[in-house]
Design a protein around this ligand. Sequence first.
Ligand code: AMP
Length: 426
Amino acid sequence: MTQFSDLGLAEPLLRAVEGEGYTNPTPIQAAVIPTVLEQRDIIGIAQTGTGKTAAFVLPVLSRIHAMELTPPRRGCTALILAPTRELAAQIAESIRIYGKHMKPAVAVVVGGVKHNPQIKAMAPGVDVLVATPGRLLDHMDTGTIRLDGTSVIVLDEGDQMLDLGFVPAIRKVMAALPKKRQTMLFSATMPGPIKALAQDFLSNPAEVAVAAVSKPIDRIEQRVIHMPHAEKRDRLAELMADPDMERSIVFTRTKRGADRVAEGLVKVGFGAAAIHGNKSQNQRERALRDFKQGKTTILVATDIAARGIDIDDVSHVFNFELPNIPEAYVHRIGRTARAGRSGVAISFCDGTERQYLRDIERLTGITIAAEGEPQPFEKPPVPGANRQPRNPNQKQGRAGGQRKEGGAPSTRKPRRRKPRPASSAR
Ligand code: AMP
């Protein structure tokens, strides 16, 4: 079995890895780390939970250590782009952990917080900048961040970048980087526009793939319970009383739904908090911290808020509402059964969600063990019904589901036609 010491990492990083108690590299680490150290471009097809953050953070830090490069003022040696603030914060945390014996200068530049502290942090230049695309572009426009001295760029969670409409922003960022650089792209799936991005910006990349995204890990016990929507809240509270329940994440399709479910659980005495895009950065960070520290044992989340979040020891995932995008089911249940443990995923299915269940079973190739009577079939609400008209001035990148990037045809096309329940229906 490959050892960390076989991979060519600098000594301070090996010490940090040992300090973290990692005995062996994960498959993606064993494949990616030596390739990055050879300075090749990389396409990594991997989900969170595979150890992919360390797969790029360790060799990037190792290269910075070996090169002894001084970052340019207002610039960075390595740039890591992430789709959400939470993921950016988590990557920065990993950099601090793995870099603890080399103390790299790290800055995080994300939306939803003030510009000034970010300008100050960037002024002397940093070894690693972790950023979300929208805010990074703002700084590039005002000249408070420059990328002409950046040697390494990592794009993390490419498919989520696409879902959030960030591809045009990424293209602008890539255009501002020097031609001579190392580029890495990580994504759980490779939809057309992400492939096109790789073709346009990566040079002779090595491709590394681990665990197909459509196959949820075998260690997760999956169940679906059929019931009317009105019974879901009581049923959830009943199941939460199970003594095996250590920590659970409950998924809803809408932000309002997440708030209601969390409030309902708190009312009957459970420690629960909701995270979603309408919460302030502080609220989201607090909810995550409390959950990680065990102050609350239930996190209620929407898909976007939860993706990429890395919390070990989640014993149960509940789909209070099934996702209308089947891949989201795989991402959701992948929050449990991490680091070799097992986990339970329980999904509630009402009459409007039976089509979603069928889509999930088709994607995963699994018939999920079912309890209860399937509810009378109801068509999910027609897309666009009860929706507010789109604000034409809405900022690119904030409206979920925008997938209008040009280039190769998207492999996800059919999903766009799927009915999407309007949030006001719940
Ligand atoms: P990621 O795929 O980056 O979200 O990582 C998932 C989890 O695996 C994180 O909690 C890491 O701390 C942990 N991890 C990463 N690499 C290793 C390793 N080689 N051995 C054990 N755990 C690891």
